[in-house]
Unconditional design. Structure first.
Length: 209
């Protein structure tokens, strides 16, 4: 950041005080709280030693309130989470705003991480990192993905894995598709993309950090 500081995230889910009766997810910014769906379990072996949520690969996901109208074309955005993936046989969505004509998707697919954006004209561009093996499974890692407008007609998307820049793609547009859906954690609005494993410390900024 040129300002010399990082802005506060719009979403900052640490899952330390989850009510598993109501599946309500607290957030320091009360406008963007989370609502869990399905049956969650808390796990305590997270990266920072605090509680994390276990997603069951069947029906668990979080919907983030009041995010339908988000438009980050001019500001850029950053997605970040600690993740512990259990298998590499499915599509495991992490943080998404994708169903229909929405504009970002961060997921595992097979033995890869894919970060996609959709720009006007309904065109999809992706950065992809392919793991050399499956030794990353059953371990906690930090993933970050950024979308950064670089001019009026271009942008760049980047994937960071445990702090390392592992993939990027130059997008020939700086105008994201209009927004239609709330942000989801652990799913991309379909039955085959529910995350299988643990997720913790989910953060979303309307800036590149």
């Amino acid at each position: 950041m040129s300002q010399g500081y990082a802005p506060f995230p719009l979403v900052d889910f640490d899952f330390n005080n989850v009510d598993l009766t109501t599946n309500f997810i607290d957030n320091p910014n009360p406008l963007y709280t989370g609502q869990g769906w399905g049956t969650f379990h808390l796990i305590t072996n997270s990266k920072d030693g605090t509680p994390a949520l276990q997603f069951n690969n069947v029906d668990t996901f979080i919907s983030v309130a009041n995010t339908v109208s988000w438009d980050f074309s001019s500001t850029g955005f950053t997605l970040q989470a600690d993740v512990n993936r259990y298998t590499n046989t499915d599509e495991d969505s992490m943080i998404t705003k994708w169903y229909g004509a929405d504009y970002f998707l961060l997921k595992f697919e097979g033995n890869s991480i894919i970060f996609s954006v959709r720009v006007v004209g309904d065109v999809r561009y992706s950065a992809q990192y392919n793991f050399p093996d499956n030794s990353y499974l059953h371990q906690w890692h930090t993933i970050k993905a950024t979308y950064k407008p670089t001019s009026a007609t271009s942008s760049v998307i980047t994937i960071y894995w445990d702090g390392n820049n592992v993939a990027s793609y130059n997008v020939p547009s700086a105008t994201l598709m209009p927004s239609w859906n709330d942000v989801k954690v652990g799913n991309a609005n379909n039955a085959w993309s529910v995350f299988n494993g643990g997720i913790d410390n989910v953060k979303i900024w309307n800036a590149v950090v």
